[in-house]
Design a protein around this ligand. Structure first.
Ligand code: ARG
Ligand code: ZN
Length: 849
């Protein structure tokens, strides 16, 4: 809970711990409200440290006794740990503490979820389990004995032995405490096995609550594919005899890469065609890969301190994106990632929460598991790879694994590896890690005597704490097209290093049309006022799938902006070009579906704001709605036909081909619903034999205002399935008419099945409301007040989820003075809550600015 004055931790203050840990032995005597943890830890002076003061982290622990080398001692206990005198030589620390997993609602440390014991230690949860130097640069081997009646008792590493009421595990790989995990419960497993590239067999298990066994097969296949892919592409082999995954219903995040024992939010691993959407399947495959890949990028090589979080997260997100691109469609994955980056990272980087990919200070590290650290962190690695090239990237990664295996590293270590492997100076590139904010790049062009010149100017607006920005290294992928649509200059990487820089292309027969920032080669805002004709031309002809999509999306955005700003009608030249793409059966249906999806309402609000126009959420909603109606009317002759042509008859498969067809079908169904008032959606709902179709149809029925029967039917069918019920809660709020969204959320929050202490359920309703842009921003502030009420209530129970949810207020300065005042009042009300958590306090303070 909140300290008198919240402490800020700085990167520049890093010093190594005064001791190394040679081994850790833990015994857990499990009991819901009185678990005993007995620790035996071998410490030795750290030759690399000068400060020998002995402080162990510990929070909410009831210390029963402590000994050094067998002698009882009485340490000095503080709020956040203990200190005592220790000998200046190797010694053994022993202690016993009592903790209460049952009443641990923060879901950090050891807690209970539906009767099962589980842990979440990253970043600083281990200190709620026992006294320990809970920092990632202190690494040790762990031996764990678990005593309890639960049928299944798991920890990291390999099983050593077990007997009646106990099990023992040993993890031979030294690891920081944040990778510790323990699970115990009456679980059942879905077993399989894998033989590694050097021929070693590995036992694989997905552990679930009885009843969920049928939802494990897909996750298991994803795991095996991930293991094979990491061997093939990165040469990385698994390093234990066993790999366990456990599904947990109450979990603050997606999943956790604990060594040999990954713990997953059940929504990120359990899947079946009847209960999961195509989107769920793809996400599950990606998260299983992500956590598995952490075994090398995170576990074998970990972070020196939490400021280096992007070292493991940026790299692992980059790796899981490569994996998904390989398993599915590369351009579709790239487009989806950019949509996500713009929806989540850009608002963060352009608002009060902006921070560098490697932050330099924090109060609560849990608040820095952000889109900037993860997704922009992955973009930075993508740029590095683009700059050095494929081969040099592989060489550098080999060197990284070779040189740093078993170490806790920094971004400096990472960049030095690239410098050594390529001979490149990365001093300027390093700014990507230290400067926050999204660079904005404008482009001017000249044409004379066969030479075409592009001149770029880069500029990064100030961000909190960083007024002045230096030019960064930008890899700008450019290709040139002839007026007839042929590509005359294939993609090349322009390496921009200065504030302003020109690049000339000689010997061209005619003035080309440029395709700039292909594949979104840098995470920037490209400010180019290209003509509508040029965009329509690129939409028809660009050979780069990303830029083809981008051209269409910009046309859509401009058309919507014209409607919002001047009440203009819709751009039919764009719609005709779009129609040709959407009806082109030679193109991937998933790509065609993406072409139909315009910018989100929140994104439009941001663009208006940047243009000096105060965004009106109702006007934005009305423009998007009017465009949808216009499209439906204009295309009524072929929508139904195309929709039926992409309908999947074959048995359900969650693969890229089928899910692409279904996503195009869904996009067209939303237009069809405008025309037939939900008739087609109802008939699809009645026939649906998979969740993708069922939820698509349900969504459209809700949008059409004819969702009452389906709402009841869906509930009756799925009331016993927690994950499907999360969808039921979320979609009713998300798809509600903006005028009703707050009332719908309010009513659902009173529903018997609204278990607000479960993060998934809480996010379904409250996060669902925030996703309903015009609904959340209802003029009278009802949405803000409702969310604030719930955040205040949740903060006592679960600070992490509360703090994370506060970020929906981060864009508040975009809106009109009345809305700003309403939001400010709610933020101040949250801030004034007695005993506000450190997590929420930091977030609200930063958002208020
Ligand atoms: N390392 C986990 C993952 O892959 C996430 C842990 C999040 N922890 C937190 N405190 N928010 O990606
Ligand atoms: Zn991760």
């Amino acid at each position: 809970m909140k300290d008198a004055a919240p402490k800020t931790i700085y990167l520049k203050d890093y010093t190594p711990f005064g001791f190394v840990v040679d081994s850790v032995h833990l015994t857990f005597r499990l009991a819901p409200t009185s678990t005993r943890v007995i620790s035996k830890i071998a410490f030795a002076p750290n030759p690399e440290a000068t400060d020998r003061s002995f402080f162990l982290h510990g929070e909410q622990l009831d210390l029963k006794w402590a000994r050094i080398d067998g002698q009882d001692i009485v340490p000095t206990l503080t709020e956040d740990g203990l200190r005592c005198d220790v000998p200046d030589r190797p010694f053994t620390w022993e202690a016993e503490v009592e903790i209460s997993p049952q009443t641990n609602t923060a879901l950090e440390g050891l807690y209970m979820s539906n009767g099962m014991y589980c842990t979440q230690c990253e970043a600083e949860g281990f200190r709620k389990i026992t006294y320990y130097p809970d920092r990632p640069d202190v690494m040790s081997t762990f031996t764990v004995r678990i005593e309890g009646d639960e049928k299944v008792k798991l920890s990291n590493g390999n099983p050593v032995d077990h007997g009646d009421g106990w099990a023992e595990w040993h993890d031979p790989w030294p690891k920081p405490a944040y990778l510790f995990a323990l699970v115990a419960g009456d679980l059942v497993n879905h077993p399989d096995s894998f033989v590694t590239m050097s021929g070693k067999p590995v036992e694989l298990n997905i552990w679930v609550r009885p009843g969920d066994e049928g939802k494990c097969a897909f996750g298991m296949e994803a795991l095996k594919k991930s293991m094979a892919w990491d061997e093939e592409v990165y040469g990385r082999e698994y390093d234990l005899d066993i790999f366990n995954i456990v599904a947990v219903d109450d979990f603050n995040m997606g999943a956790m890469e604990n060594k040999g024992l990954n713990v997953f939010n059940s929504s990120c691993v359990l899947a079946s065609p009847e209960t999961s959407t195509d989107g769920n399947f793809e996400r599950i495959e990606a998260i299983i890969a992500h956590e598995y890949f952490h075994n090398w990028t995170g576990n074998r090589i970990t972070c020196r301190d939490w400021f280096q979080l992007c070292l493991k997260e940026g790299l692992t997100v980059f790796r899981d994106a490569q994996f998904t691109a390989d398993m599915r469609s590369e351009p579709v994955k790239r487009i989806n990632d950019v949509i996500d980056l713009r929806a989540r990272q850009f608002p963060e980087d352009q608002g009060p929460l902006s921070h560098p990919v490697r932050p330099e200070s924090f109060q609560e590290i849990n608040n820095f598991y952000t889109a900037t650290v993860y997704e922009k962190g992955a973009e930075v690695i993508g740029m590095l790879k683009t700059l050095v090239g494929e081969d040099a990237y592989s060489k550098a990664l080999d060197l990284y694994f070779d040189r740093h295996d078993g170490q806790a590293c920094t971004i400096e270590d990472w960049l030095t590896v690239f410098e050594d492997a390529t001979g490149r100076d990365l001093e300027q590139f390093k700014l990507w890690y230290s400067q926050s904010g999204t660079p904005r790049v404008s482009v001017a062009e000249t044409w004379s005597d066969g030479t075409y010149t592009l001149t770029f100017k880069q500029h990064t607006p100030p961000t909190p704490g960083q007024d002045v920005k230096d030019p960064k290294v930008l890899p700008i992928a450019v290709g040139l097209l002839n007026p007839n649509g042929d590509e005359v200059v294939p993609t090349q990487i322009l390496e921009m290093t200065q504030a302003e820089q020109s690049f000339a292309f000689d010997d061209l027969a005619s003035r080309p049309v440029p395709s700039i920032l292909r594949g979104f080669s840098a995470p920037i805002v490209l400010e180019r006022n290209s003509s509508r004709e040029e965009r329509v031309f690129l939409l028809a002809h660009d050979t780069d799938a990303f830029n083809r999509w981008e051209a269409g999306r910009n046309l859509c955005r401009d058309s919507l902006m014209a409607t919002i700003r001047d009440g203009a009608g819709h751009d039919d030249a764009w719609l005709d070009a779009l129609e040709r793409v959407v009806r082109d059966d030679t193109l991937d249906p998933a790509f065609r579906a993406l072409m139909l999806a315009g910018p989100t309402q929140s994104e439009l609000a941001q663009v208006l704001f940047e243009q000096g126009v105060t965004p009106d959420p109702d006007a934005i909603w009305a423009a998007a709605d009017s465009l949808k109606r216009h499209m439906a009317q204009r295309w009524q002759g072929w929508i139904g036909d195309t929709m039926r042509r992409v309908a999947v008859d074959a048995p359900y498969q969650p693969d890229a081909t089928q899910s692409g067809q279904r996503s195009l079908g869904a996009a067209l169904l939303s237009l069809q619903t405008v025309l037939d008032d939900g008739a087609e959606a109802q008939s699809l709902y009645d026939r649906a034999d998979n969740m993708t179709l069922q939820l698509t149809a349900f969504t459209q029925l809700l949008r059409s205002g004819h969702g009452a029967a389906a709402t009841q039917a869906f509930y009756d069918q799925w009331k016993d399935d927690r994950l499907v019920m999360d969808k039921w809660f979320g979609i009713q709020v998300g798809a509600a008419d903006p005028a009703d969204a707050v009332d719908v959320a309010q009513a659902l929050s009173r529903h018997d099945a609204f278990d607000w202490k479960n993060p998934n359920r809480f996010r379904a309703v409250l996060g669902g409301l925030a996703m309903n842009h015009a609904g959340f921003h209802r003029k009278d502030g009802g949405g803000y007040a409702f969310l604030a009420d719930w955040l205040i209530r949740l903060d006592d129970k679960n600070p992490q989820t509360t703090a994370r949810m506060c970020s929906v207020f981060q864009t508040w300065k975009r809106y009109d003075a009345d809305r700003q005042a309403l939001i400010r009042a709610q933020l101040e009300r949250i801030k004034a809550k007695p005993n506000l958590s450190r997590d929420t306090d930091e977030m609200v303070t930063r958002i208020l600015g």
